[in-house]
Design a protein around this ligand. Structure first.
Ligand code: EPZ
Length: 423
């Protein structure tokens, strides 16, 4: 397993290109299952999660060709010969559950392994299943799999009320509703930009959707969908992550492709902490307003609130802020695993349940640390950039799930960072 070695202290200056969103691509790719026509995704990110989704779709009979080094994905599902998504693929990536809706909608049946939990939480899929039952599906949970059937081979439009604005459940319901018979209304829908991106792609394929980006999405089911070409929206989590780089160690970095609307609540917090964020013609230019970053309080919420996927990275910044910050994690039950690793670097953090208190210190000290999940791993890299001395991050396979060539992007703006094979 690879390690990443970061030598901290230097300022960062230059530009960082932001890739297409992992969490948009992972819901756009299963849309191929809704049609026999070709679906082409441009601005796709080159990540291991995309490879896993490619493997899963391939196991069902879909063809996924990666072109231009993986930036363009050509997908085609004119020959789906298997409707079972196996545990050995699904367990690697929870987003695999997103093939359930499209398969059920197009072919009236599907068998998908329950994804199981992951490091940050139990992550049940009850809201996904509730949505499909509302649309008339008959579900049988056995041997760790969901066996789903649509009576008469077709789902029917329904009113779906989500107890929680779940991103994945909203995406699964939206995918399924496009081919259901009649109208579907998704209430308390998630409002993330990735859902807006999915709706825009589905509309190009012929779907009739209104309200994406608001809490109520209405879908008029159609009999069939066509193909489309669609650019994956910019990754707001990669964007937010790299916006923090010049803030943890000084300098000015422009994140190419970044726009304020993707990171509104996050930018408000950065402003309060003493960051300057400027929208330029080509992206977001970020630097410290003056001197030290100030402590702020953060609570994670569904979009448009502060994103849970930026909580670990923000904590890395607040470790050396002036004053005491609090972070409240309200989306996942166990998303502070980066805290013990940051403490090894000299951070002062107290965690109680979903609540963390961070008392800023002058400097962190480099140390060997362990990545535990995708966003925790990149928060350790950010901390390493700010720390005195060398930080060695192991288990960076977590990182490669969601960040393209992190060492190349950071070294291009002056970071001393390299990837080595684990000794
Ligand atoms: C998506 O996960 C993202 N993943 C996550 O990003 C992100 O953290 C999350 O949304 C919240 O923004 C992808 O898009 C592939 P949820 P998802 O359904 O859909 C509970 C990353 O780092 N819940 O909004 O799984 C659940 O347990 C990843 O890129 C239910 O109880 O998120 C969690 O506590 C991590 N029942 C909360 O809702 C359900 O049926 C949020 O889950 C579904 C969810």
């Amino acid at each position: 397993m690879d390690q990443i070695i970061v030598k901290g202290g230097g300022e960062l200056n230059g530009v960082i290109p932001i890739a297409g969103a992992k969490n948009a691509a992972l819901t756009l790719m299963p849309a191929t299952l809704l049609t026999e026509e070709p679906l082409t995704l441009t601005n796709a990110p080159r990540l291991s999660d995309i490879k896993t989704m490619t493997e899963l779709l391939g196991s069902l009979g879909a063809e996924v060709a990666a072109m231009q080094g993986g930036k363009v994905l050509a997908l085609s599902s004119h020959n789906i010969h298997n409707h079972t998504a196996d545990y050995d693929i699904v367990r690697k990536m929870r987003a695999s559950i997103l093939v359930l809706g499209p398969m059920l909608a197009r072919d009236g049946h599907a068998v998908v392994s329950l994804p199981g939990g992951c490091a940050i939480g139990a992550r049940p899929v009850d809201l996904h299943l509730k949505a499909f039952e509302a649309m008339g599906a008959e579900l049988d949970l056995r041997d760790g799999y969901v066996h789903a059937k649509a009576p008469g081979g077709r789902l029917k439009g329904a009113v779906i009320n989500f107890d929680f604005a779940s991103v994945g459940a909203t995406e699964n319901a939206l995918l399924a509703a496009t081919l259901a018979k009649g109208t579907t209304e998704i209430r308390n829908a998630a409002r993330e930009p990735e859902i807006v991106d999915l709706a825009q792609c589905l509309r190009k394929m012929g779907a009739q959707i209104e309200g994406e980006g608001t809490s109520v999405i209405t879908v008029q089911g159609v009999d069939r969908l066509g193909g489309a070409t669609h650019p994956v929206v910019t990754d707001r989590i990669e964007l937010g992550t790299y916006m923090l780089a010049p803030l943890v160690c000084g300098g000015t970095v422009e994140c190419l492709g970044g726009t304020i609307d993707l990171v509104g609540a996050f930018c408000e917090k950065l402003d309060a902490a003493g960051a300057s964020v400027e929208q330029t013609e080509t992206g977001l230019k970020v630097s410290r307003k003056n001197g030290r970053i100030q402590a702020v309080d953060v609570t994670t919420e569904p979009f448009p609130g502060f994103p849970t996927d930026l909580q670990a990275q923000m904590m890395a910044l607040l470790c050396t802020a002036e004053g005491t910050s609090t972070l409240e994690e309200k989306i996942f039950e166990n998303r502070f695993m980066h805290a013990p690793e940051l403490i090894r670097m000299g951070a002062k953090i107290d965690v109680h349940g979903g609540h963390a208190t961070v008392t800023g210190v002058d400097k962190l000290k480099g140390a060997p640390v362990m990545a535990t999940d995708l966003r925790a791993s990149v928060s350790l890299i950010l901390a390493g950039l700010a720390a005195e001395g060398e930080t060695v991050v192991s288990r960076v396979y977590h990182l490669d799930r969601g960040y393209e060539h992190v060492e190349d992007k950071l070294s291009a703006v002056g970071a001393s960072i390299e990837r080595v094979k684990e000794s």
